[in-house]
Ligand binder design. Structure first.
Ligand code: F6R
Length: 267
């Protein structure tokens, strides 16, 4: 199997690490997360991670759980904040991102329950803004995110920050909040909900401000269905209409981990 290669995207002046297959990209993501945990804990006694759900990171969490079982990684000094959650939804609902995180990571590692934060899909409607603001305050009080793990939606969303007509600066400063889901996001959520009608059309999402403030951002994109949007994010205009293109504004701390099929339109 050939090794990874670095591909320079001249349109955005961004380097992308391209792996022969998804498994190699996943392994690299898990290795980097484990390293950042070790370095942050050594430097300041704790690590604060921003985590994603979806199909892409499932195997990253398998890898991290295996490291914990093997005794080479611990979440004892880790605090996590997830990107998003459907709204409204019960945490015990198997389609909630809280359930996903319990299944794929939290129940398998030594992470304290009061340090594994997922936005709460049960807060009263009138309290969503206060809850979202509180979530941002918790992250800020924790010293910000050492790492944010991201996937990319087929419409370019990061978290559930959906394509927008806002100016780049206004979009980049958006806080955590309630959003309506984009038609492409709803279509892709059929995987979890079974039908378009069943998809919960709103969500709470960490805002772009908090994502871009993370000290390291890992963007993991795998599979041929991600090739067009990866190319738009890196070769197209810098615009809130393609939310992931805003990662170019903080390019020095973003690591793009992409497999060959997802990199197909970058060359
Ligand atoms: C999930 C999230 C989303 C996903 C994106 C890609 O917490 O915030 O932005 O990362 O929709 O999803 P998958 O990995 O299922 O293709």
């Amino acid at each position: 199997m050939p090794a990874e290669r670095t591909l320079h995207v001249s349109e955005s002046n961004v380097d992308v690490i391209v792996f022969p297959d998804a498994a190699a990209a996943v392994r690299s993501a898990a290795e980097r997360i484990a390293r950042i945990v070790a370095e942050s804990v050594a430097a300041r006694g704790k690590a604060v991670l921003g985590l994603a759900t979806g199909a892409t990171p499932e195997k990253v969490y398998d890898d991290l759980a295996a490291r914990v079982r093997a005794g080479t990684l611990s979440f004892r000094d880790v605090t996590t904040y997830n990107l998003d959650e459907y709204y409204p939804i019960q945490p015990v609902d198997p389609r909630s991102y809280r359930s996903y995180m319990q299944r794929f990571l939290f129940d398998r590692v030594d992470l304290a329950p009061n340090r594994a934060h997922v936005l709460d899909g049960t807060v009263p409607e009138a309290a969503t803004a206060a809850h979202a603001a509180e979530f941002d305050r918790w992250i800020d009080a924790d010293g910000g995110l050492d790492l944010q793990l991201l996937g990319i939606g087929r419409n370019g969303h990061i978290g559930f920050n959906e394509p927008s007509e806002l100016a780049v600066e206004a979009f980049a400063s958006q806080p955590t909040r309630v959003v309506g889901l984009h038609p492409i996001t709803k279509t892709d959520a059929i995987r979890e909900f079974g039908s378009l009608e069943a998809v919960i059309p709103r969500a709470l999402t960490m805002g772009v401000r908090q994502i871009l403030a993370a000290r390291t951002i890992l963007m993991l994109a795998t599979g041929p269905h991600k090739a067009p949007i990866v190319a738009r994010a890196l070769k197209g205009p810098l615009t809130a209409n393609v939310p992931a293109s805003l990662l170019r504004t903080v390019a020095d701390k973003v690591v793009w981990l992409v497999d060959e099929p997802a990199a197909a339109e970058l060359g």
